[in-house]
Write a protein that binds this ligand. Structure first.
Ligand code: PEP
Ligand code: MG
Length: 639
C-alpha cells in the first residue's frame, strides 16, 4: 500500500504503463503490493480513530520480532560462542526498550503517522544519536539499532491492516542476522523469500522479486507479476515463463500508482499494465487474453508432430527446467529432453544444503521420467542474483562479475563434489549430461574434470553404482566464445547461454531496466561470438546448442538456425510457438539471413533485416496481428 489515498473505486484509472514483456499472457485480478525487502516503508497519515490500531500493530510487531529472535537464539545456542549470543540478547533488550516504544507512540499519536512510518522515524533518530557520539564502539551500535528497526518493519509488513484476504509472512532465518553472527569476512546473504499466502487470484506488484520469491509463490493462486525493475532475461522473468504466469517487468514507478486491492491488467504480450481499468479496457484485455490462450492451445495441438523446418531439416527442441515438477510439464509440452536443468534452485530457498542422496533421488527421478531422452544437468549457478542460504558468497561490488557459478563451486569443492557424485549416480538410470556454467578459462574445465574423476573414484571405492557423464561447457562469457576452438578440444559439448553472453559481452547488467533495450542478442558482436562458437564446435565434432532466451524468440531463433544450430532449449511453454515458427522457414533462407546479418553494423539493422524478411509470415506468432491501436515501444523487448 503506497499512499493514504481514497478507496480504490474513487481513484482514477492509470495506464497503460509500459514495461518489458517478461512472460506472455494476459491476466486480470486484484493487486497485492509487496514492499517488504524493497527498502520502501509505507507512509500513511492516520486518523485519530486509527491510533489504537496502529499502536496495537506496533506492540504485535515487537512481540513477533522478539519471538523470532528467541527462536533463532534457541536454534543456534549450542553452536555459537557466548559473545555472539549476547548480540541476540541485546536485540531483545532494544526491542523491549521503553524509550523506543515512547518515541514510536509519539510519532503515531502526536504526528498521526502509521506504525511503519513511526518506527522508521524513531529508529532514524536513534541512529543519528549513536552516530554523533565520539566513542567508536558506541557509534557502531547504530547498526544494531538499524537491525532492530528492520526486524520491526518486517514484522509490520506481515500484519498489514484492512486486506483480510492476504497474509504476508517473512520469517526470520539465521542467515538474516548477517555477518555479526557468522563472523569472518563479510559475506553476502540472501534476503529470505517472501512467503506470500493469498486466498484468491492475485497479481503481485513489487519493486523487485528474487528468483526465490517467485519460486516460493508457486503454490499460491498468483496469476501475474509486475515489477519495477528487471528484464526479459532476469531470473524473475525466466521463472514466470516457466510457471506460465504473465509478467511485465521494468515498469518504473508502478508502485506509486497501485494499491493492494486494485484491479489490474497485466499484459505480458505487449508489456503493458493498466491499474483500475475501465470496463471497456477490461473487456478488451479479456478478449486479448482469450485469443492468446486459444492460439496457444491451437499450437499445442501440434506438439506431437516432429519439429522440422519447411525444407524437412530436423531440429531438436528441449526444455529449460528450474523446478522438479516442470520436468513432467516439459514432456507434456513436447520437449525432446531437458537441455538445461538449473540445479541451483535446489539450493535456493532452503534452510539446509541438499544432501547428496536428496540430489541423487531427484536427478534419478528426472532421468527416469525423461528417459530415453537426455537430461543436461547444469552444476549449481549460485551467486550473482541467485543466492543460497547455506553457501557463503563474499560481498562484492559486482556480484555478476564475482564469485558466481563455477567460481563458487571450485571455492567449495566439498559441496560441489557432493553434487557431482549425485549426478554420476543418477547417470546409471538415464542419459545424464553435466554442464558447467560461467566457464571463462580452460583451467576451470580441467579442475572440473579432476573433481569429476575424484568423485568417480569415491563412488567406485564404495561400490556405489554410477554412470559416465559427458562434461559440457556453457558458452556465456566472451572469453569462452573467443577461445571456443581451444575449449572444443576438451569439452564434450557446448551450450550457448545467450542471456549472460549478452550481459558480459555488452557489459550491460542483465537486470538493468535502463539499458534493457541495448542488451540485444541481435547485436553484431553477439552474432559473431555465437558464430565463432558454432564453427569451433562443429570443426571439433562436438554438439552446440543454445539454452538462453534467444532460443525462445521467434525472430532470433531464425538467426541461430542460420548459423547452424539444431538444438534449442527453452522454457517449455515456448516450444509450441518455436515449433510453429520453424515449420514456416527453410534452412537456406535462415542461412542467407544469418550471412547477411553477420555483416551488418548494428542491432537495429539486424532486427530490421530479420523483421523485413519474416515478420509478416510470423505475424500471428509474434502477436503483431492484433495490436490495435499500436502502443509505443518497448513492445517486444529484446530477448
Ligand atoms: C544464460 O545465461 O543464457 C542461461 C541459460 O543461464 P541463466 O539464464 O540461468 O544464467
Ligand atoms: Mg547464464
Amino acid at each position: 500500500m503506497s499512499s493514504d489515498s481514497p478507496p480504490s473505486s474513487e481513484l482514477p484509472s492509470v495506464g497503460p504503463l509500459y514495461g518489458i514483456a517478461g512472460s506472455p499472457g494476459v491476466a486480470i485480478a486484484t493487486a497485492l503490493v509487496l514492499e517488504a525487502g524493497t527498502g520502501r516503508i509505507p507512509r500513511r497519515s492516520v486518523l485519530k480513530e486509527e491510533h489504537e490500531g496502529e499502536l496495537a500493530r506496533y506492540a504485535d510487531a515487537v512481540e513477533d520480532a522478539q519471538a523470532q529472535i528467541a527462536e533463532v537464539h534457541a536454534r543456534v545456542a549450542s553452536n555459537l560462542p557466548a559473545e555472539h549470543l549476547k548480540i541476540l540478547e541485546a536485540y531483545q533488550m532494544m526491542l523491549a526498550d521503553p524509550t523506543l516504544a515512547g518515541a514510536v507512540k509519539h510519532e503515531i499519536i502526536d504526528k498521526g503517522r502509521n506504525a511503519e512510518w513511526a518506527v522508521e522515524v524513531a529508529i532514524q533518530n536513534m541512529v543519528r544519536e549513536f552516530d554523533s557520539v565520539d566513542d567508536a564502539y558506541l557509534r557502531e551500535r547504530k547498526h544494531d539499532v538499524a537491525f532492530v528497526g528492520d526486524r520491526l518493519q518486517r514484522a509490520l509488513s506481515a500484519n498489514i491492516p484492512s486486506i483480510p484476504s492476504f497474509r504476508l509472512s517473512k520469517p526470520l532465518a539465521v542467515e538474516d542476522l548477517g555477518p555479526r553472527i557468522s563472523g569472518g569476512p563479510r559475506m553476502r546473504r540472501p534476503t529470505p523469500p517472501l512467503g506470500v499466502r493469498v486466498a484468491q487470484p492475485t497479481i503481485i506488484v513489487a519493486h523487485d522479486l528474487s528468483p526465490a520469491d517467485t519460486a516460493a509463490m508457486i503454490r499460491e493462486p498468483i496469476v501475474g507479476f509486475i515489477t519495477e525493475v528487471g528484464t526479459r532475461t532476469s531470473h524473475t522473468s525466466i521463472m514466470a515463463r516457466a510457471l506460465e504466469i504473465p509478467a511485465v517487468v521494468g515498469v518504473s514507478g508502478v508502485l506509486e500508482h497501485v494499491r493492494t486491492g486494485d484491479t489490474i491488467i497485466v499484459d505480458g504480450i505487449r508489456g503493458e499494465v493498466h491499474i483500475r481499468p475501465s470496463r471497456e479496457l477490461l473487456e478488451r484485455a479479456r478478449v486479448r487474453g482469450d485469443k492468446h490462450s486459444s492460439r496457444t492451445q491451437l499450437l499445442r495441438m501440434r506438439l506431437r508432430e516432429p519439429t522440422t523446418l519447411a525444407c524437412g531439416t530436423p531440429v531438436n527442441l528441449l526444455a529449460n527446467v528450474e523446478l522438479p515438477h516442470e520436468a513432467l510439464l516439459a514432456m507434456e509440452h513436447g520437449a525432446e529432453g531437458i537441455g538445461l536443468y538449473r540445479t541451483e534452485f535446489l539450493y535456493i530457498d532452503k534452510k539446509e544444503l541438499p544432501t547428496e542422496d536428496e540430489q541423487f533421488e531427484l536427478y534419478r527421478t528426472i532421468a527416469q521420467m525423461v528417459n530415453p531422452r537426455p537430461v543436461t544437468l547444469r552444476t549449481f549457478d549460485l551467486g550473482g542474483d541467485k543466492m543460497a542460504n547455506n553457501v557463503s558468497v563474499p560481498e562484492e561490488m559486482n556480484p555478476a562479475l564475482g564469485t558466481r557459478a563455477i567460481r563458487l563451486a571450485l571455492r567449495e569443492p566439498d559441496i560441489f563434489r557432493a553434487q557431482l557424485r549425485a549426478m554420476l549416480r543418477a547417470a546409471a538410470f538415464g542419459d545424464i549430461r553435466v554442464m558447467i556454467p560461467m566457464v571463462s578459462s580452460l583451467t576451470e574445465l580441467r579442475a572440473v574434470r579432476a573433481l569429476v574423476a575424484r568423485a568417480e573414484r569415491e563412488l567406485d571405492d564404495k561400490g556405489v553404482a554410477r554412470g559416465a557423464v559427458p562434461i559440457g561447457v556453457m558458452i556465456e562469457v566472451p572469453a569462452a566464445a573467443i577461445c571456443a576452438d581451444l575449449f572444443a578440444r576438451e569439452a564434450d559439448f557446448f551450450s550457448l547461454g545467450t542471456n549472460d553472453l549478452v550481459q558480459y559481452a555488452l557489459a550491460i547488467d542483465r537486470g538493468s531496466h535502463e539499458l534493457a533495450r541495448l542488451a540485444s542478442p541481435f547485436d553484431p558482436s553477439i552474432l559473431r561470438l555465437i558464430n565463432m562458437t558454432v564453427r569451433a564446435g562443429h570443426a571439433n565434432d562436438i554438439p552446440v546448442s543454445v539454452c538462453g532466451a534467444m532460443a525462445s524468440d521467434p525472430l532470433a531463433v531464425l538467426l541461430l538456425i542460420g548459423m547452424g544450430i539444431r538444438d534449442l532449449s527453452m522454457e517449455a511453454a515456448a516450444i509450441a510457438e518455436i515449433k510453429e515458427t520453424l515449420r514456416r522457414v527453410t534452412a537456406d533462407e535462415c542461412e542467407a539471413l544469418a550471412a547477411e546479418c553477420l555483416q551488418l553494423g548494428t542491432a537495429a539493422e539486424v532486427e530490421l533485416a530479420v523483421a523485413e524478411g519474416f515478420a509478416t509470415r510470423l505475424s500471428d506468432i509474434l502477436g503483431s496481428d492484433e495490436l490495435t491501436p499500436p502502443p509505443p515501444p518497448p513492445r517486444r523487448s529484446p530477448v
